[in-house]
Write a protein that binds this ligand. Structure first.
Ligand code: SF4
Length: 418
């Protein structure tokens, strides 16, 4: 009998990307499809980090009702703890399960009735996956949850407290994917840098990275977002290693003392700047997260923030306008900033970092690129500095590692012929 087809719609961060891959790998009585229009069942792996994340998931769900196949709609991911109950009561979704239940997906989907399995926030997955369906790079979840309590953030309440995966399990996962042809590995987590930080003077993340680099087939290792205070001396010693991707994403969130305090952040402006200057001196591209328009961000503070951001050797930006999350301390703070002002500030910040990114790309020589996709006869991939490149070639380059020195630096992207 033809198996029902399941499509996974994944929103949010790389941790969700891994969770969807785990769910795909657990299907036995169902087939995964990468085409949402032929799906009998759509599993929505949701994100709830901002209001727009919630509304994006809701409008996607509304859109599914118009699909010819009228698929069953199953809701999972971080939105389970914020919007799940409402969507279930409104009959917008047919069933719901929490991230802790994902390895049970084959059994859950066989239950055709409406079910609500929220699960818990302490779960650690046991699954080792053989492949990353539809991906050329491998995302490896090494940590879950977060012990920080940034005053604007809902994540600790929907992902739970920080917990790390066993080193042996992580290495076994990478060995398997490397033996199946993956060469680039991106370590991910909710608060990735919390991994292996329990013992004074010992950095489990640095030790793990060294062990990963010794696995046959591992060519490049990248990291998801880390916190400035989590960059240890042991980690700094790895910066010159050839297998380290020459790009780090280190979350600042702001560049003024006042806002870092209001946001209950653990990082400090002075030490942040010293850290970024040190890492940039090692020929690294540097990205960051930055929230504009958080309550209390007066025009004076903003002008100060902009002056400070210009001093940072930044090349990449994940910029957000503040998004009020019910249940977080920031949601009831005074000094709310209007949406228009926040948007204007984000545009100002983005143009500064775009200019820095352009100058950085224009100053670089040989690029080491993994080609991931092809579109309209052009090939796309990322170099060691995590800058995207478009390559024209007669050969099929998808999945290939190529080195290029002669590039055309354009506004948003580099271009080359190979
Ligand atoms: S570090 Fe802060 S912003 Fe990041 S997930 Fe934890 S609480 Fe949220």
């Amino acid at each position: 009998m033809n198996k029902q087809k399941v499509y996974f719609k994944t929103f949010g961060c790389r941790t969700n990307v891994v969770d969807s891959q785990i769910m795909m790998s657990k299907l036995e009585d169902f087939d995964t499809t990468l085409d949402e229009f032929e799906a009998d069942i759509v599993v929505i792996n949701s994100c709830t980090v901002t209001n727009s994340a919630d509304s994006t998931a809701r409008s996607y769900i509304n859109g599914l009702k118009k699909f010819d196949k009228n698929p069953r709609v199953i809701f999972t991911g971080c939105g389970v703890w914020t919007k799940g109950e409402g969507l279930f009561k409104e009959n917008k979704i047919d069933a719901l399960f929490g991230a802790s239940e994902k390895e049970n997906i084959n059994t859950l989907l066989k239950n055709e009735s409406r079910f609500f399995e929220a699960g818990d926030l302490n779960h650690i997955d046991n699954t080792i996956i053989e492949n990353m369906i539809g991906k050329s790079r491998a995302f490896i979840k090494i940590q879950e949850g977060c012990d920080f309590r940034c005053s604007y953030c809902i994540i600790p309440y929907v992902r739970g407290n920080s917990r790390g995966y066993g080193e042996e399990k992580i290495l076994e996962q990478i060995k398997l994917l490397a033996s199946n042809g993956f060469g680039e590995f991106i370590l991910t987590g909710t608060n990735l840098g919390s991994y292996g930080k329990g013992v004074e003077g010992k950095d489990g993340l640095a030790i793990l990275l060294q062990k990963i680099s010794q696995i046959k087939g591992v060519r490049r290792v990248r990291l998801g977002s880390v916190e400035p205070i989590q960059i240890t001396p042991q980690f700094k010693e790895l910066l010159d290693e050839p297998w380290m991707g020459k790009h780090l994403h280190i979350a600042l969130q702001h560049t003024t003392k006042e806002m870092l305090n209001l946001m209950n952040r653990r990082n400090k402006l002075k030490s942040d700047l010293e850290l970024f200057e040190f890492i940039a001196s090692k020929n690294y591209a540097l990205g960051t997260d930055f929230i504009v328009g958080h309550p209390g961000e007066t025009e004076e503070i903003w002008q100060n923030a902009i002056e400070n951001i210009k001093r940072f050797p930044l090349t990449h930006l994940h910029g957000f306008t503040y998004s009020k999350r019910d249940g977080t301390p920031s949601a009831t703070m005074n000094g709310q900033v209007s949406g228009d002002i926040a948007k204007k500030r984000l545009a100002e910040l983005t143009s500064i970092i775009d200019a820095k990114n352009y100058d950085f790309r224009a100053s670089k020589g040989s690029l080491d690129i993994l080609i991931e996709t092809e579109k309209d006869g052009k090939f796309f991939g990322y170099d060691q500095f995590f800058n995207q490149i478009e390559v024209v070639s007669d050969a099929d380059l998808v999945g290939d590692w190529i080195s290029i020195s002669d590039v055309q630096v354009e506004n948003k992207i580099n271009k080359a012929v190979f």
